[in-house]
Design a protein around this ligand. Structure first.
Ligand code: GDG
Length: 483
């Protein structure tokens, strides 16, 4: 077995260029952390886009950038601004993202987007072929690169290729509306192993393969020419230890070191000790159901007016894809909703909603997780939702209530949370009341189960299970059917 090649749209490194100096800063995202055990030493290479377009890359620094990346086990794929526009903001985020999250009406079927997506996938595939050898193991990530497995397979028929989709795979009825549906399936079927977060996404994919390509599917094996492709679910975990330790440190240092945000949260608690803090954290994305959640909050306050001045909703909405029109509209809608509700309901002592539209440092994320009595996450569709898992991991004294949408992949593993349908305001209002009044004993008992599971199935276990399944498939020798 050779090296492991990881391939994703973005590298796990942020490049910062100032005065001709290049800093490569490792990113702290879940994927980067989870892949640490896979992407270590000289035995692996991570291929992806650096985040700088060709136009933004000073030619005289090209070599230094490559060296800085190489030191971190990375290699870049160069993309022009036009390619980023058509491939990333276009086909990935204006066609696939809405379609796979069941926002059919937002999905744009533009031939130009598709053509650029295909060309850029080819660039990624060429980069892998150039940098790998036949006995390497290749792990391709996510919806931006669905054609890559097949493109690599054409040149490397015997290489072991895995693919993992981080977003939902929609039902056949939705997926079949895509004009390039067969090409996308064929692209994915270049893999030996295709992984999804949940069993449902896996079934949806198999159903599309059977009905659109007419291929033989048996249990979770797909038969294509002389190959067997395995499909399975691998629910992604979090770096449990990192969140737990950060929360413990936060608790220990609470008298010596406090962020400004924590001071503000503490003074709120001191002035209104009975008030419950309800937290939501998401990228500002229509799939996350932020606007609906704000409306549901207003519904709750009208249904149970005794909770006015007794609860506060904190919304952290992280800017995302802000040059895609749907995201700009959503931003305006949320701004207006928060303004209207705060304007109508606020009192001298109380603002119902605290709204932050920005990305906060990790330390502040821990401030919010540890200070909130309730986490309320209501995606309309979400591949997994790691915020739900992170909130639970930071609850060192085991108190806290998680209210989670049934439409999130994580709901399948988090049965002890209060699960809701984000479209049902009546149910959400009642569930908020239940969360506010839940006895501590019950909170602790629910969170004990959740924490044990999250600790066991952490992100490292997730990455290793996928890699082991891929390797076993190769060693098992079931990739060829005797003719
Ligand atoms: C996609 C799928 C799937 C958020 N705000 C800040 C911040 N975050 C971090 C959270 C969490 C991550 O971002 C968000 O992860 P999610 O899973 O909730 O959502 P997506 O970004 O949509 O991720 C999703 C995931 O891929 C993995 O497969 O679960 O379904 O859509 O880790 O902590 N981090 C910091 N500041 C912030 O303001 N530092």
């Amino acid at each position: 077995m050779g090296k492991t090649i990881i391939i994703s749209n973005r590298l796990p490194i942020q490049l910062q260029i100032s005065n001709g100096n290049i800093d490569a800063i490792p990113s702290v995202g879940g994927l980067a952390t989870g892949m640490k055990s896979v992407h270590s030493g000289n035995e692996s290479l991570w291929v992806g886009w650096s985040g700088l377009t060709q136009e933004d890359t000073p030619p005289e620094l090209e070599k230094d950038i490559d060296e800085a990346l190489e030191k971190n086990g990375c290699a870049k794929v160069n993309l022009s601004a036009e390619e980023v526009e058509g491939f990333y903001f276009g086909f990935s985020n204006r066609t696939i993202w809405p379609l796979f999250h069941y926002f059919l009406e937002y999905s744009e079927f533009e031939l130009d987007f598709w053509n650029t997506y295909r060309e850029v996938n080819r660039k990624f595939a060429d980069a892998i072929i150039e940098k790998s050898s036949e006995d390497d193991v290749i792990w391709v990530h996510d919806y931006q690169l669905m054609l890559v497995p097949q493109m690599v397979r054409e040149k490397r028929p015997n290489t072991s290729i895995g693919f993992f989709l981080h977003i939902p795979f929609p039902s056949y009825e939705i997926f079949r509306t895509l004009p390039w549906r067969e090409e996308v399936l064929q692209g994915l079927l270049g893999s030996d192993l295709i992984g999804f977060h949940t069993y449902d996404y896996e079934r949806h994919f198999l159903s599309s393969v059977r009905r659109l390509l007419g291929l033989e599917v048996s249990f979770n094996d797909i038969y294509l020419d002389n190959r067997v492709i395995k499909v399975d679910s691998f629910p992604m975990g979090i770096d449990y230890k990192k969140f737990k330790t950060a929360a413990q440190d936060h608790e220990q240092n609470k008298n010596t070191h406090k962020s400004d945000l924590q001071k503000r949260l503490d003074s709120h608690k001191a002035s209104a000790p009975d008030t419950k803090l309800i937290l939501s954290i998401d990228r500002l994305d229509y799939s996350k159901g932020i606007a609906k959640r704000i409306n549901a909050f207003e519904y709750f306050l009208n249904k149970y007016p005794e909770y006015k001045e007794k609860v506060r909703l904190i919304i952290l909405a992280v800017p995302s894809r802000s040059n895609v029109p749907q995201y700009q509209l959503l931003k305006r809608e949320i701004d207006e909703l928060v303004g209207r509700i705060n304007g109508e309901l606020a009192t001298v002592n109380w603002t119902p909603i605290w709204y932050f539209y920005r990305s906060l440092p990790f330390e502040n994320l821990i401030d919010l997780y540890t200070s909130s009595d309730i986490a309320w996450l209501t995606p309309l569709r979400d591949g997994m939702n790691l915020v739900a898992k992170e909130y639970i991991a930071t609850r060192t004294d085991k108190t806290g209530v998680l209210i989670l949408s049934e439409m999130a992949g994580s709901a399948y593993e988090m049965n002890e949370a209060l699960l809701i349908n984000p479209n049902n305001f009546e149910e959400q209002a009642d569930t908020l009341k239940r969360a506010i009044t839940m006895p501590e004993e019950e909170q602790k008992s629910r969170n004990t189960f959740l924490q044990n599971r999250l600790e066991r199935y952490n992100v490292e276990v997730w990455a290793n299970e996928f890699m082991n399944a891929l390797k076993q498939k190769k060693e098992g020798g079931d990739d060829f059917i005797s003719q």
